[in-house]
Design a protein around this ligand. Sequence first.
Ligand code: NI
Ligand code: MN
Length: 232
Amino acid sequence: MSKLRYLGQSCFLLRTQEGELLFDPYLSKSPHHVSLPEDANPSYIFVSHGHADHVGDTVELAGKFGSTVITTAEMGRYLEGLGCSKVERMHIGGGADFPFGRVKITPALHGCGIPGGVACGFLVKTAGITIYFAGDTGLFGDMSLLGMYHRIDYALLPIGDRFTMGPEDAVIAAQMLKARYVIPMHYNANALTRQDPELFAGQIAKATGSRAIVMKPNEEISLVPSGEEKCE
Ligand code: NI
Ligand code: MN
């Protein structure tokens, strides 16, 4: 059974029989006071862009676990310069196959935090599940293409406002993405991104065909592959 653990801000640990994938590992400096579970052993680390609340502990963790970093070309070079020895560089719109499944890099409307770089999101297909990790982004209309051409099971969307989409735009994103489930992220790390995720969940239920799952930092859920959903 695949499990997804929320580690605050935009950090998630996805554990499946295909391996462990870690997204935007902002941990040691996170105000959410979270850490990886003792038995975690991420073989891949996804980095959406260079802001500190996303790169986080990438260099340390990649060294400790021997993880391969998946990111954009510029971020990849930057992280290699900081000591990451295994980096898979990709870019917007490109897909690639890995032992755990397939990754496509999606656009994100946001800064990168390093000169010449761009921010991105990830569409990951692994263990029978399709996850869209939006990264830090504003709303953009091409999300409808993702919804049209991919059956997204879980969409991880920022709702913090100020630096990314706020809840209202994230509802519009959910309408376009048509994911089975929407998981809000990137909120309540500080006073500038204060949001009520339960209010957002209610709006998702009212305005979209998706269901929101509000995860507390350190909470883990079991993921349901699309074919195995119970009728209700
Ligand atoms: Ni950012
Ligand atoms: Mn951020």
